[in-house]
Design a protein around this ligand. Structure first.
Ligand SMILES: Nc1nc2c(ncn2[C@@H]2O[C@H](COP(=O)(O)OP(=O)(O)OP(=O)(O)O)[C@@H](O)[C@H]2O)c(=O)[nH]1
Ligand SMILES: [Zn+2]
Length: 337
């Protein structure tokens, strides 16, 4: 309901509820300060947010794998899964989060109203999954790469279903070579067979990762194989479900048995191009970066302008004409939205 349509009585009621809420928050903050000062909580220690439900968080201490249901100090806002925090443990194993460390990076998604909201933080790599089938369009891979580059998080390409790959690698071999030559890591995987995930395990070890990619490329299959302890995964979710329906869509951090960590949620898997401006799209093509700023005109749109450094690089074979066409397509589609 829009604000304008509220009657005076409704407005009064809303204000009353807000005032009560503020008073409650203040009392809670005072209680917290008292109990923190009274030494009811242990010493400050580092931890990481594993999941969050409003002002309640699951925190994992840096020593040991146990989870602690924590609440937030009243002055803290906007923590997300993956945040590194300072917390204090209570006698009953719950805790309170007292501070958030600075973030290396943050993954954002538009909410229902189109406003960008952080969903996860401190991610080392975005694994862009594509598959032998459905066959990938280069333009789609480029879109994911551009979106990943805009976050500052390293993208890695994962080609899944390699069991379906013809001996000679088919048309995909050429495509993969293009991305390798741009400096991207390409990992092959298959959920069929015993050794199909070896390279992926190696890529995941010691890092915090997220999986993104089109429907049907095998993200669920990969994640199920990487987190074989289904009971643990599902158990964690059902334990949270009493907290409300939104818990199943909130991002959760999983420790992978073979090493490394995975942050996953339906929202993260749908990560895409959404909200990028022209400059971000241009920057998302890594091989353009050396040429940007070298066009004759400072406001060159890299279309038909004379003295365009990008066009010259294409003519010289230094930039792939296909990647440039893909760039133009993404720009045009964003402009037409
Ligand atoms: N041949 C083959 N099929 C696979 C492999 N991995 C997954 N599949 C199949 O691909 C189909 C899609 O897999 P999903 O794991 O549901 O794909 P997804 O990316 O999670 O798809 P959404 O849930 O729609 O986003 C399923 O029928 C899987 O059995 C693989 O390595 N090889
Ligand atoms: Zn130009």
């Amino acid at each position: 309901m829009s604000k304008r349509k509220l009657s005076r009585q409704q407005r009064w009621r809303v204000e009353k509820i807000q005032a009560e809420r503020a008073a409650r928050a203040e009392r809670q903050a005072e209680r917290e300060t008292r109990s923190l000062e009274a030494g009811e909580y242990g010493p400050e220690q580092p931890g990481r947010v594993i999941a969050h439900f409003g002002r309640t968080l699951d925190v994992r201490g840096d020593t040991g794998a146990s989870l602690h249901r924590c609440h937030l100090r009243a002055n803290l806002e906007g923590l997300v899964t993956g945040d590194r925090v300072v917390w204090r443990r209570a006698a009953d194993d719950s805790g309170v989060v007292v501070a958030r460390d600075s973030r290396d990076n943050v993954l954002e998604r538009p909410d229902a109203r189109g406003l960008l909201k952080p969903v996860a933080a401190n991610i080392d790599q975005i694994l862009i999954v594509f598959a032998v089938e459905p066959a990938p369009f280069a333009n789609l891979i480029d879109r994911y790469l551009v979106a990943a580059e805009a976050t500052g998080i390293t993208p890695v390409l994962v080609l899944n279903k390699t069991d379906l790959l013809p001996e000679d690698g088919g048309a995909l071999a050429h495509l993969l070579e293009r991305y390798r030559s741009l400096g991207y890591t390409v990992v092959r995987a298959t959920t069929r067979g015993d050794t199909g995930l070896d390279a992926l395990h190696a890529q995941l070890t010691g890092r915090t990762s997220v999986f993104v990619g089109q429907s049907g490329v095998g993200k669920s299959s990969l994640i199920d194989r990487l987190l074989p302890d289904q009971a643990l995964r599902i158990g964690a979710l059902s334990e949270d479900s009493r907290k409300g329906t939104h818990t199943t869509t909130t991002a959760r951090l999983y420790a992978l048995p073979a090493g490394g960590e995975l942050i996953d949620s339906p929202g993260i898997r749908e990560f895409g191009l959404g909200h990028l401006d022209a400059a971000q799209i241009t920057d998302g093509f890594v091989e353009f970066r050396d040429y940007l700023g070298r066009c004759r005109f400072r406001d060159c749109r890299h279309r038909d302008e004379p003295g365009c450094a990008l066009q010259a690089a294409i003519d010289a074979g230094e930039i792939s004409a296909e990647r440039f066409a893909s760039y133009r397509r993404i720009l045009d589609e964003q402009a037409g939205r």
